[in-house]
Design a protein around this ligand. Structure first.
Ligand SMILES: *Cc1c(COP(=O)(O)O)cnc(C)c1O
Length: 503
């Protein structure tokens, strides 16, 4: 017996030699990260990586072990303090959710069981199907719809467009590829559509020239007349329009295209109706605001992120497809080593491998499922309402302030504005000052905001998908923008004087 145990000790494994030691380290990690999350407000939202930290990360390949504790120490010193800060209560840059402590635990459990979530006879398969069924219900799509969880919005949108191509090309794209196209295939979107669309038409072989970016109206929604005219022009020129990408919340301003009208146009013109609802689709969780995305339930395919306005940790997005069979027909593939059987572990096949291009996948559904169960859909709806009200509060502060200019309609969780105190400033000066304000807000470690360009003007941009923000944080933001703006003017005046004196 002792002989056998000794023999086993000779074999290598990555399990710990001493489980109690690793258990203690694990408990310490949990304590540290909970302490960190509990005190986020007292920490800088962002700080640049010092050169010595970069150097420390660039170490040579560790051949010899540094030990679990050593690796963890490096995490504490070199990684934890230097992130992009989206966890922070005053982070509203780009569109990035905070994550939640409970979903972090769910992620840990998912990694612990380390299941291959491609499908098969296991609870994970049924959990992901259930999550998809819940979102089908939330979005108001037919119960027979199908879907898949993805790494994010880009992947969900790409897969949706691939289904559109399969459904509407009019020839066998899977066998012939685009070589089989007798007419160029055309896809429509607006000039405000996220860059995933350009990447996807390139990746799917349509090419950028086949993406018609239709102009928007003054509220950044697709111009319906221009769209219909373009479809006519394309048909007359012998092109084959196959799909329209509608926006339910554009990344720049949160604009929602007229989904009801677009659904109708797609039905009439036999186009696939794809909706990019990356964050906006989640408004369906709020009885108060769901009218803003009315018509979204008509989508043939609908993509949205759960790591934005569901606040879940990266990564997780979702694609829903009205015609579940079409979805499967786009991707399903056979292989001898993945033979579907009527019994055993692969009974019913690998259902998720059949709905996308990935085979091995992590159990993303667990954090979604556990969060919805723990907090309920209603709570998520209330958080979204809170974010909407905070954004409206910020917009009214800006609107009322003589030195600030509101640059977006006041209807979404995205607010764009600029500092504009002096009428005689030209466009270039305004852009320069506002760019500098964004950088100083970030570098001060107090706020994470981003910028964008609207109608040719640089603007400060706030996207509120933050469950940690409080109303006061937005008052503080306005004060800080004014403060940095004044500071920049004072510096500019001083340096102009300095330069005159030298002359
Ligand atoms: C964020 C975003 C995307 C891309 O989603 P990822 O999860 O970052 O890949 C697409 N569309 C819109 C409108 C977005 O806001």
């Amino acid at each position: 017996m002792t002989h056998l145990i000794e023999a086993a000790a000779d074999q290598l494994t990555l399990d710990p030699e001493n489980w109690n030691e690793l258990r203690q380290l694990g408990h310490r990690m949990l304590d540290d990260i909970f302490n960190h999350l509990e005190t986020l407000r007292d920490q800088p939202a962002w700080q640049p990586l010092p050169e010595q930290v970069r150097q420390a990360i660039r170490e040579p390949l560790p051949i010899a072990p540094q030990g679990e504790k050593g690796a963890y120490q490096d995490f504490l010193h070199n990684i934890l303090p230097y992130t992009t800060g989206n966890r922070h209560p005053r982070a509203w840059g780009w569109v990035r959710g905070n994550g939640t402590p409970f979903a972090m635990l769910a992620e840990m459990l998912a990694a612990g069981i380390n299941t291959h979530a491609g499908g098969g006879q296991q609870a994970a398969t049924f959990v992901e199907e259930q999550v998809i069924a819940w979102f089908t219900q939330i979005m108001g799509m037919p119960e027979s719809s199908g879907g898949i969880l993805t790494s994010g919005g880009t992947m969900a949108n790409l897969l949706g467009l691939a289904v559109a191509r399969h459904a509407k090309a009019g020839f066998d794209v899977r066998n012939e590829g685009l070589q089989g196209a007798r007419q160029p295939l055309i896809v429509y979107c607006s000039t405000e559509t996220h860059m995933w669309a350009r990447k996807s038409v390139e990746f799917l072989g349509f090419g950028q020239n086949s993406l018609r970016q239709i102009p928007v109206d003054e509220d950044f929604r697709i111009n319906l007349t221009a769209l219909q005219q373009q479809i006519q022009v394309d048909r007359a020129a012998g092109f084959h329009p196959i799909a329209l990408i509608a926006n339910a919340g554009t990344v720049n301003t949160g604009a929602v295209d007229d989904l009801v009208a677009l659904g109708e146009i797609c039905r009439e013109k036999n186009l696939w109706f794809h909706v990019d609802g990356a964050f906006g689709a989640l408004l369906k969780l709020s009885a108060k605001y769901e009218h803003l995305v009315a018509g979204i339930e008509r989508a043939d395919s609908l993509a949205f992120d759960l790591h934005k306005w569901m606040y879940l940790p990266f990564e997780v997005g979702c694609l829903l497809v009205r015609d579940a069979d079409m979805h499967k027909a786009t991707f399903a593939a056979q292989a001898s080593y993945l033979e579907t059987t009527s019994r055993g572990m692969l009974a019913d096949g690998l259902s998720f491998a059949d709905r996308g291009i990935e085979l091995s996948r992590g159990f993303k559904a667990l954090k979604v499922w556990m969060s919805l169960k723990a907090y309920g859909a209603a709570m998520h709806g209330q958080l979204i309402e809170q974010n909407m009200e905070q954004a409206a509060h910020l917009a009214s502060l800006i609107y009322a302030h003589p030195e600030l200019e509101l640059m977006t309609p006041r209807s979404m969780n995205i607010v764009c504005f600029r500092y504009h105190p002096l009428d005689f400033w030209n466009q270039e000066e305004l852009d320069q000052v506002n760019r500098e304000i964004v950088l100083r807000l970030q570098e001060s470690g107090q706020f994470v905001v981003s910028g964008t360009v609207l109608h040719g003007s640089y603007v400060i941009r706030i996207a509120n998908t933050n469950h940690r923000s409080r109303m006061e944080d937005f008052d503080a933001l306005v004060a800080a923008v004014i403060w940095h703006g004044c500071e920049i003017i004072v510096e500019a005046v001083a340096s102009a004087r300095g330069c005159c004196e030298v002359e």
